[in-house]
Ligand binder design. Sequence first.
Ligand SMILES: CC(C)=CCC/C(C)=C/CC/C(C)=C/COP(=O)(O)OP(=O)(O)O
Length: 263
Amino acid sequence: MSAARGGRPELPALERLALAVAAQCMTVPRHVAFIMDGNRRFAKQRGQRGSQGHIFGYTTLLRVLEWCMKLGVTEVTVYAFSIDNFKRSEEEVATLMNLAKEKFAEFLKHTELVMQNEIRVNVLGDLSLLPSDLREAAEHVMKRTRQHKRLIFNICFAYTSSEEIARTVREIVRDARAGKLDKESISRDLISSRMYTRGSNPQLVIRTSGETRLSDFLVWQAAYAHLHFINVTWPELNVWHILWAFWDYHVYGNRARISLSQS
Ligand SMILES: CC(C)=CCC/C(C)=C/CC/C(C)=C/COP(=O)(O)OP(=O)(O)O
C-alpha cells in the first residue's frame, strides 16, 4: 500500500509486464464499456448483504481503470446505476447514492486515481432524478476534471439507453420546430452527436456475471461493438479476464472492423 496512491496497492510486477506486452502486441480498443454485473450475488455468496457487493464492486472499478490505462484505452464507460435500479430496496438505492456522493468527492483528492492520472469524469444520465446533493457532487467533479486529457471516464448514473434516445429525439424535434435545424439534416451522425456520449462509441463492451444482454445500456452506441461476456461476478474480475477480453477483441472484434471498413 502507498499513501501517495491513496491507499491503492501497486500493481504486481507480473500484471504490469503482461499489460505492457499486451499494449504493444494487440489492437487495443480506444473506448471500452463495462456492465458491472453480479455485485449482490458476490456479497450474498459470502453471507453479506447484497448492497455490500457494490462497495466491493467499486474497488474492482478502480483496478479496471488502471488496467485500461496501462493497455492504452482512452475512454471507459460504466453502467453504475440504471433508471430501473430506482425500483430496488430503499436500503440498496441509498447505499449506491451515498457511495457515488462519497466517491465523487474523493476523486478530487490529489492522491486519488482521477487526479493523479488526469482523468476526465463525466456523469451521464438523467441527473434530475438524483437527490440534489448527489447531483451537485456530480456537476462539481465534471467541472473540476473538464480539462483532463489522459482518460475519459463516463459513469452512467440514472441512465438507460431508451431514456437517452427519447431525450435526444425530444431535443432534436424541439430544435427543428424552433427552426434551429433543418429536418433534412437529421442524420445518424447528428443523432450520435446529441447522445450523452457525444458521438463516441465503444468498440468493446464487457459484461460480467454470465448474463448475455445489454440491459438498456448504450444500445445505440454499441451497434458495431464487439460484445464479450465473462462468467464471473464483477468483484471477482481480475486482470487475466480483462486481457482475455482484449485478446478476443484483437482476434474477432478486429476482424469485424476490417470487414466493416471494406463494405
Ligand atoms: C462511484 C461509482 C461509480 C460506483 C459504482 C459502484 C458499482 C460497481 C455499481 C454497480 C451497481 C450495479 C447496479 C451493479 C449490478 O450488479 P447487481 O446489483 O445487479 O448484482 P446481481 O446481478 O448479483 O444482483
